[in-house]
Ligand binder design. Sequence first.
Ligand code: GLC
Ligand code: CA
Length: 528
Amino acid sequence: MTWWQDGVIYQIYPRSFHDTNGDGVGDLAGITERLDHLAWLGIDAIWITPIMPSPDSDWGYDVAFYTGVQPVLGDLEGFDRLVAGADARGIKVVLDLVPNHTSSKHRWFREARASKSSPRRDYYVWADPKPDGSPPNNWRSSFGGPAWTMDPVSRQYYLHNFLPTQPDLNWWSEEVREEFDQILRFWFDRGVAGFRIDVAHAIVKDKELRDNPPAEPGDHPYVAAFGQRKVYNAERPEAHDVFRRWRAIAEEYDPPRLLLGETYVLDVERLRPFFGAGDELQLAFNFVFLHSPFTAEGLRSIVDATERALDGPDTWPVWAISTHDLPRYVDRWAAGSADRARCALLMLLTLRGTPVLYYGDELGMADVPVPPEQRRDPVGTGAFDAGPGRDPCRTPMPWSAGPGGGFTTPEARPWLPLSTQPGVTVEEQRDDPGSMLVLSRDLIALRRAEPDLSSGGYEPLAAPDGLWAFRRGERFVVALNLSDTAGAVDLPSGGRIRIATRRARDGEAVQGPLALGPGEAAVVELTR
Ligand code: GLC
Ligand code: CA
């Protein structure tokens, strides 16, 4: 087992973690200052969303320069200090790589746009309008509207699967591939343990730019809502060449660097190809799980299907319950119920596969309402969406109560509003044995101490409706009651509760069925 299989990854949205200079924006020095806390929590690696220079039309996911640091976050020396500090505490640093598109302010795009004969023209995807002047095909942007914008200079359209200020790179270009080889090496040489790869499912597009077919009845609701199946602008077979190329570079290092894909597919069977023959991505995020209803039946069927799809030696599941793109699990799944939130956390930290905690998950942090005039996300402002966008799940980490929240100085104006959720701060929870934070820390520690929990197999057990139970390795059973009534599961043998969401039950001996109240879950060690 390697660190990215038996460890726990912690996702940090750097603008919102900790601000050290009072400008209201979190920074790399802030992450460095909080490393002791992360070591106390017991995580193995941090994944930081993009830190590279960017005009921030999509908050770092529009990169203007791939081998530097966004000034508001710090500089390369500060980054080196972060890596050294993390290393001293046994914590790995994973960065976010954005290869699908650049910022329209990137030098490559400015040069490409200057003329049709620019040597950089081919770095991006250009196509002539249809005879009636409309876009070359029917592809839609993930943020709404056509995926094409007309460039007035050359009278050609350029492709953007996200904002018009995020032109898609042309991964058919050998030069683009070589540029990224160097970018990977630049950061790997600096001690980066791996990359989360943005939009890994869609970097290569159909060379003929064929129209996508419409969604079909029975498609996942998100595909139905999008209106088309991304047959020609996602999951292209040619992407495997690129993944193999990156994996070969990752393997030049000791230890090999991690490639963790944002693999947005809505069918777990389709995760399998991202692993190749053990020569492509090592981990592929599971969005079917993130979009699951929070019911025993819904979760169990997705986890079972994932286990079947990822059962080979070259595959390994990875689980997250929140990300910077979705409402936090406390809102999305637990609907504000502290009991259900504790169940979600216990599940995340006991499934077979690598758990990824999103900062604040460990506290039971909920979304923060962001008034329209304070919105920052392009999705949720302007032309793209009238909804609340993604800001509510990106607000500052609540370190302590009071002005500034321990995130910034009391006088500063944080870039997004602070949470006012009572009791949800590190300071208040750290020494409270009944808190979510201590539950998280204890589950992480148990996982580390018990190889059955970090690397043992997963086997679903029979359970009544509304309950879900699974065995981990030889000696552990995890059981969750996600229903509104009391229930019980039969265990293969007697045992003892190691950690229950209701902490008063820790250590309880279990003979016969394990009784669980509504919204209660437990990790049981079986008697040998
Ligand atoms: C990914 C990121 C998201 C970003 C998009 C475009 O989905 O997670 O935050 O907006 O890519 O880069
Ligand atoms: Ca700052």
